[in-house]
Design a protein. Structure first.
Length: 168
């Protein structure tokens, strides 16, 4: 009985550590998923020779690739501002990402405009390897990660300490 009691106490002490480790893992997965979606959009734009977009849905905490072989939509300069939503990308395809409920978008800037509260935000990748400017901050209760795009190369960089952005 004493041994079982000691084991119960040790397990109870370990529960918060396991909980926080799993929550942090969800944030790292979200960052990796976004990095993969951005990289795939860049590759599609270059390989297919056509503009590709990553469409962020901040209110739904998700993003997806559109354009190229993923389907087309009217450009925002068309007479109507409406567009047809692209068909949903298959799960785990690298063409879409859905964030866990506890992951928040703290910042979503595209070309120096804040889109965190917007319905959608588009980041364009061009066939020459360039892209729009993006600064994205994903956070949970304990940690924040930043993701930014280099506009001349279209490559994503993960910034584990977003205070580094403030020092620039």
């Amino acid at each position: 009985m004493i041994v079982i009691g000691i084991m119960a106490v040790i397990m109870a002490i370990g529960i918060p550590m396991v909980y926080h480790a799993l929550r942090k893992e969800g944030l790292i997965k979200a960052v990796n998923d976004v990095e993969e979606v951005l990289g795939n959009a860049r590759r599609l734009a270059i390989l297919q020779g056509a503009m590709t977009e990553v469409i962020f849905h901040p209110r739904e905490s998700r993003c997806e690739v559109a354009g190229g072989s993923r389907g087309s939509r009217p450009s925002p300069t068309d007479a109507t501002d409406s567009f047809e939503a692209p068909p949903p990308a298959p799960a785990n395809s690298g063409l879409s990402a859905q964030f866990a409920d506890h992951i928040k978008i703290e910042m979503l800037d595209v070309n120096l405009t804040e889109y965190r509260e917007a319905e959608i935000a588009r980041v364009r990748f061009y066939p020459n390897g360039t892209c729009d400017e993006l600064k994205l901050v994903l956070a949970n209760e304990a940690k924040q990660f930043g993701i930014e795009l280099e506009v001349t190369t279209g490559l994503a960089t993960v910034v584990p300490d977003i205070r580094a952005w403030q020092r620039r």
